[in-house]
Each structure stands twice: as C-alpha cells, then as structure tokens.
Design a protein around this ligand. Structure first.
Ligand SMILES: *[C@@H]1O[C@H](CO)[C@@H](O)[C@H](O)[C@H]1NC(C)=O
Ligand SMILES: *[C@@H]1O[C@H](CO)[C@@H](O)[C@H](O)[C@H]1NC(C)=O
Ligand SMILES: *[C@@H]1O[C@H](CO)[C@@H](O)[C@H](O)[C@H]1NC(C)=O
Length: 503
C-alpha cells in the first residue's frame, strides 16, 4: 500500500503520466519520475551522537530488515551515504547550521557543498531532500536572516545540476516557530520571523515545489502542561476529542492540532496553496507541511540542557517518558502513515512524510544518562528493539505480492519495468528463453519485475507503487507457468548473511 496516488498533484500519477508524455524521448533520467512518487512515507532520523553505535554497514542491514525505507541524516557523511547506495532507501541530508552563513553569502560555496554532498552520491543513493540547517531560530538564531538565502543558493545549485526536481530543499523548524498553536485556527508564526523570514520561505517552498518541515513533539507540549492536556491526546488517540471553538473541528490527536496550527499559520501568510494551481495547471494542492522529526522518549527523568523540569507538576512529565508511551506513540505514527490516514481535521487530504526521532538511543546527546534526550531511540545501540514496532504494516502473517496494473498503459509499464530491472529487481527469469518469458507481454514482465523489487525490499511500504502502476495482492499470482515468489529478500538475506551490495 502506498499513499502516493492521493498525494499532491505533482506527485499524483496523472501528473506523472503527463510529465512522462511531455518528456518521453528526452534524456531525463527515469529515476526522476519515481522519486516524485515517494510522498506519504514514514522513516527514521538516523542520528549518530553516540560512541557505541553500530557500523554503517550494520545500520543499513538493520534498516532493510526493519522495512525502513526512508531516513533523515544530520549531515551528509560520505560513509553513510555510500552505505545507503543502491539500497532503494531514500535519504534527506542536512547542510549543518555551521555551513549556513557561507552557503548564504556565497553561491559558489553552496554549489561546492551540493556537488560534494548530493551530486557525488546521487542517484545511487536516493537523496530526495536537503535540510538546510536545523531548528535555526532556536539553535542558531543569529543565522535567521541567512536561512532563506542559503536555501535559495542550495536550490540554485541543484537547478544547475538538473537535480532540483528530484531533490527538494527545506529546513526543519522547531515547533516554537509558532507563536500560537491552540486552538489550531489561531496558529501563527512568531512575529519576529513571520514577515521577514517565513513569508519569503513559504514563497520559496511553493515556487520550488518543496514543503515546509516541522519538528513536532506532542511529548514536549504534554510535559509542559500535564494538567491541561490528557496523555491519550498527546499519544494520538484521545477518545474524547478537543474542539477548536472557532472552526468547530474536533481533535483526538495533539499532533493533528500541531499540524493544523502550522497550516493555519501558513495560510495567514498567504500560503493557502489553494490560491493557484501548480505549474501543470491542475487542481488545488494543499500547502504541504511534513514532519521532519517526531518521537517520544522511552526513559529518562530530566532535560537539564533545555531547562525543562520534568519533575514539576507532580512528576507527570517524567513519568510520561516511559517505554509503554514511546511504543504507543511511535506505533501510532507508523500506522497513521502506513494506513494512508495522513489527513488532519482541517486538511483531510493532507499528505505527509514523517521521520521518527530516532533510530538509536544516542549516549552523547543531552547531559548524562538521566537526560530524556538519550532515550528517543527505536533501537538500543546493540540493535535490539527498545519495544515492538512494525514498518511493514498490518497483516504480517499473510504474505503479499506486487503486480502490475494494466490500466497504467504499456508505455508507462515499460518505463517502470526498465527502472525496476535497473534498481535491484531480479529480471533474469523474464529474458528471452528464460522460464517466465512467456507470456511475452509488458504487463506480465512488469509484474515479475515489480514483485521482485517489492520482495527484495522486504515488502516495505511504498515499494509496490511505481507511481501507481502496481498494486499489492494477497494470493500468489500465477502468470503463464510461473508463480510469483514471495519473501525472496528474506531468504537471500539469510543465505547471504554478508553485506547487501547488490540491491
Ligand atoms: C553565530 O553564533 C555562533 C555562536 O553562537 C558563532 O559561532 C557564529 O560565528 C555566529 N555566526 C554569525 C554569522 O554571526
Ligand atoms: C541490548 O541492550 C539493552 C539495553 O542495554 C539490553 O536490555 C538488552 O538485553 C541488550 N540485548 C542484547 C541482545 O544484548
Ligand atoms: C489500476 O489503475 C486504475 C487507473 O488508474 C485505477 O482506477 C485502479 O484502481 C487501479 N487498480 C488497482 C487494483 O489499484
């Protein structure tokens, strides 16, 4: 299952088909079309602030085994990017805050950064986004005025390299960029940044087909006001909702309220998205806002570095940092995206990418073992899960297969077939003379290739989509004399125990 079909118009299949027709016969790499279809994904932030974390090769294996198909990095470490090459995993890299001033002041500096950290790895490593800085208003507020110029210079560098469609530029905002967030309809950006920074940033994001990214943590909102907010609501599933008195919309999830506050704040700066169609003249895309970080700590008692007293208010904050809550919240996030339930009360059609913070408990973060900062991981450094979670979605007991959708048309299927065979699908069985060559049709061959890609990706979310040309089935399909295999990847991985370079 993938949510990309109902995503924003540029990412919808119809738009892709149109683009495809427009560009058919040009030298544009096909990867371009498929990387556009990646919206609505749940991934993980791969932070590396720990002295006991596994090797990058082990991490890539762990990601594949866990069905994690998209990651966010806090730099553009070449070793990590190389390890992620040819894995099908999409990556958001980051230009760190300490490079921001140079990137803003000097287009040549931004260009060098893009060449070294994006172009040198793409497309083998599926970089799909550059985060320019991180929580700049919070962590490097003296660089606030440089932020949008730096984003524009990075974008211009991508344009010169022909990578601007595949790689989007954004900047993860701390949620404190909002002055007001409750009720959601009152959402607005801080006065000091709204007009001078956010307005030009939103114009830039709209013009470049990018999206706003926010780091949204219902956990922190809860621990600051445990007397006003219910834990269930912070965890995303309050039975009794909370009503926005202005819109009348009812919220059962604090994350939804935070996202809607963000949408309202964007609208107040004229970024309704409904103002204009996109460049293809279609539809009215909702303004996009994705979650560049969210998560919940499974332990820790304090947060001294951020002056947050978790023991205040009878210690409700400290007791919220608990394994059961972290498990509930992060599974809620995963299931929201995997079930394509990414809309909010105000924007029911909203699409979203979410990066869960974080892959590992990182022992160099915060101030000591007691600090909740060290307890956001899905995994311990020894690669044991901190709690159960499942990035492959429901029905893990039933096997599933991926087949081509004939309605996509022969030209599109052929393009997707070529792409799959070039990106890790085993296409040897559909060569002339091979056992599954007959029936010799594009639909049949595409089903073999799509299914191989899907199985080898661990049947992870989003890997049976091909921009809408494929769908998942739950009975083993028989095509000619061949039954499509399942779980090839898992068998191969077991057989090969070493490395995974081929995929
Ligand atoms: C911003 O402040 C940091 C220290 O907080 C300093 O290292 C950096 O040089 C400053 N940058 C600019 C452009 O003023
Ligand atoms: C991994 O580390 C955690 C936390 O230290 C520990 O509880 C768990 O038993 C370890 N697992 C293995 C397999 O060593
Ligand atoms: C196949 O594609 C058509 C046209 O886009 C669509 O209406 C249909 O729902 C798709 N079938 C499946 C099973 O996804």
């Amino acid at each position: 299952m993938s949510c990309s079909v109902r995503s924003s118009p540029l990412q919808g299949r119809m738009a892709l088909n149109r683009l495809f027709v427009l560009f058919l016969g040009t030298a544009l790499p096909l990867l371009f079309f498929f990387s556009l279809a990646d919206a609505g994904k749940v991934g993980v932030s791969y932070g590396r602030l720990g002295n006991n974390l596994p090797s990058t090769a082990s991490v890539v294996k762990l990601l594949k085994q866990s069905g994690i198909t998209t990651v966010r990095l806090y730099d553009a470490n070449p070793r990590v990017l190389k390890a992620l090459a040819n894995t099908g995993i999409t990556v958001m890299v980051m230009l760190p805050n300490d490079h921001l001033a140079a990137a803003a002041a000097d287009p040549a500096s931004a260009r060098r950064w893009v060449l070294r950290n994006v172009a040198a790895h793409y497309p083998a490593t599926r970089i799909h986004g550059v985060a320019v800085g991180n929580e700049v208003f919070e962590e490097a507020s003296n660089l606030t005025r440089q932020l949008v110029p730096a984003m524009a210079n990075v974008h211009a560098a991508l344009v010169r390299l022909g990578l601007d469609e595949a790689v989007k530029v954004s900047t993860p905002l701390a949620f404190t960029a909002l002055q007001e967030s409750w009720p959601p309809s009152a959402g607005r950006f801080r006065d000091d940044i709204a007009r001078p920074v956010m307005k030009p940033m939103l114009d830039f994001l709209e013009r470049t087909g990018s999206y706003l990214t926010v780091n949204a943590y219902p956990f922190f909102a809860y621990v600051e006001q445990p007397d006003k907010i219910s834990l269930d609501y912070a965890l995303g599933s309050a039975k009794a909702g909370v009503r926005d008195p202005v819109t009348g919309l009812v919220y059962h999830s604090l994350l939804d309220a935070q996202l809607d506050a963000t949408f309202f704040a964007m609208e107040k700066l004229g970024s309704s998205g409904a103002r204009q169609g996109n460049s293809l003249g279609r539809g009215t895309p909702p303004a996009r806002a994705y979650v560049s970080e969210s998560g919940w700590p499974s332990g820790g008692r304090r947060r001294p570095g951020r002056r947050l007293d978790l023991e205040a208010g009878g210690g409700a904050g400290a007791s919220a940092a608990a394994l059961a809550n972290a498990k509930a919240y992060n599974n809620y996030l995963i299931n929201r995206v995997l079930s394509c339930d990414t809309g909010t009360p105000y924007r029911p059609d909203a699409d979203m990418d979410v990066y869960i913070f974080a892959l590992f408990n990182e022992n160099d973060k915060g101030c000591g073992e007691d600090d909740i900062e060290q307890h956001f991981g899905l995994f311990y450094p020894n690669q044991t899960k901190v709690y159960e979670f499942d990035f492959r979605g429901a029905a893990p007991s039933a096997s599933s297969w991926c087949v081509a959708n004939a309605s996509a048309g022969v030209a599109w299927l052929q393009a997707a077939l070529d792409w799959a065979c070039g990106h890790g699908a085993d296409c040897s069985d559909i060569q002339a003379g091979a056992p599954c060559f007959e029936p010799d049709t594009v639909v049949a061959h595409a089903s073999h290739a799509f299914n191989s890609y899907y199985q080898r990706s661990g049947r992870a979310s989003g890997t049976c989509d091909f921009a809408g040309a494929a769908y998942v089935v739950y009975h083993a399909p028989k095509i000619g004399n061949c039954v499509l295999p399942s779980q090839v990847w898992i068998q191969e991985a077991a057989a090969k125990s070493e490395g995974y370079a081929a995929i």
